[in-house]
Design a protein. Sequence first.
Length: 323
Amino acid sequence: MFKNYMKLRLVGDKLEVYGLTRNADNEYLMVFQYANMGNLRNYLTSNFRKLNWKNKLKILIDVTKHLNQIHIAGYVHGDLHSGNILLSQDISGSIISYIADLGLSRKKEESDSEGIYGILPYVAPEVLNKQPYTTASDIYSFGVIMTEISAGKPPYCDIDYDVNLASKIRMGLRPEFAKGIPECYIQLANQCMNGNPSCRPTASNIYDNLSGFWYYTTHNYDIIFKEALLIKEAFESADLIIPTLLTTIPNYSQAKFSSKLLNFKNLSNPFNSFATGSWLTLKGNLKKATFRKFAKLKSQCKQLSVLVKKKFKQCTGALSAPL
């Protein structure tokens, strides 16, 4: 684990590692930078109604930046969930998010199908089918985190994390979004949770998209496409709905939201939930008209990519701006 962290430091990982220590049981422990805002799951529970979409996008941008560093270094995290995302506030008031718990991280070529470890809703369907962990598996987990950011509570928190849920996930079930979420955000998250790993975007792609969303929500100028203005207005409208959302989590043991070994047998193979009659399609969340509209928007946004990246980098403290 220590070796993994040190290698990630070489590619820009900002989570400080202060060294090693040993406890009374003669077990070695790593000493990390203190995350004074706790983990994302608890932070959402305590602060959800205080967070606007500018704040939420900033958190996700930090996470995708860190995840991209992990993938560039040749590693797969393998257990990405909101409890493994730490938040730290510096003296300027800026809150930065980090991915923690790289104990299960492994080189891509070392990933295998032995041992499924994690929290069920965040585990990609192909991993439940005993396929190796890959960077695409991490992307699926990130997509689930995007739904959690939108709703303010863990996915499927009102049902048991059991073989029945595992089967439904592999049949195409995905977490629900809160009402009023911008369609561009839903589409990006659904791409991340695609049943086909090869159809999921990379961490770098997600970073670019989220950075664009953030740019649109924080600027009133240099928006040259009508669709960009619509994105800004959609996030502003979503901000107005946040106070009305119910985020109460049923009284379950914390063990439910802790990583553990998962052993589900005789489950059907996963399929692409966006190409067949899946739970999402049956719910009417993804319609053909929406796909056409998003495809048009995506094409136009590509034309903005150079401008957005340039402007985004010019923003003072763009990725470390106070929430």
